[in-house]
Write a protein that binds this ligand. Sequence first.
Ligand SMILES: [Zn+2]
Length: 317
Amino acid sequence: MKEVVAGVDIGGTNTKIGFVDAQGAILAEGGLPTADYELAEHFVTALDSKIREMMTGHKDLKIIGIGIGAPNANFNKGTIELATNLNWKGIVPLVEMTERQTGLKARITNDANAAALGEMIFGAAKGVKDFIILTLGTGLGSGIVIDGEVVCGHTGFAGELGHMIMVEGGRECGCGRRGCLETYASATGLVRTVLELLSDSREESVLRDMKSSEITSRMVSEAAAAGDDIAVEALDRTAHMIALGIANSVIFSSPEKIFLFGGLAQAGAAIIEPVRKYADELVQPIFRGTFTVMPSGLPEARAAILGASALIWKDAN
Ligand SMILES: [Zn+2]
């Protein structure tokens, strides 16, 4: 029998499931529509059925646990709390429900912490004890690892660098405050910067011909690569803000590596190079040259499932 972990990635619309072996190979994949389940109880029953169905084709596999990545997940308590993009309101004890339904060990954490664990067990952070991963998507998620452990804090919600206030009274944030890092340093933040630059100047730009609601971070990256000044400036300011977030974070945990992951990180050298340059300038001199900013070693499409499974694999050996 080959041991696998069921890695479960719960998204607002869909849930993806993968059977992951100890080396990070995904041996079977499946899914179910999260949004169809009004109640978490019904979702957990359906998840159990789906996992059983996936097992029928793989009699040679043995599931040793279920690792779950979900928005607003609390590792300490095994709950999903006040998730705005899920149907399930309030505090959902998903780990307890899953363990009762399946009879298997279950663990849950948020997406960015799952990415950190995935990086640690299967990615570019193998053997690295102190690192930070920044997931640059719609928002900015982060996982902070200190001495080999993901930081969750007293409440279970620690380590969300995306909500460090960088500009007091700045851009409105989804968390209800203003000026958080993620309102500048994310795919959405990049687009907001483009819109500000367009309205503050009369400079020509291919982005000026587009409807503001249609501009994406990818378009900005492409325009920057083609030499569009507005796009170049927006990418540069975004990199600067990411670097400022890094410079502040280095103060409290002195990471060896900082990984950039997600949509915006795909702009590759165009974002990584200026982030490196600015981080080096902005960091307290004693830390200069002590950390490396690099792209994540996880394949984007599989990172969430690998990361979720790492919750179980981390303690399995
Ligand atoms: Zn915020």
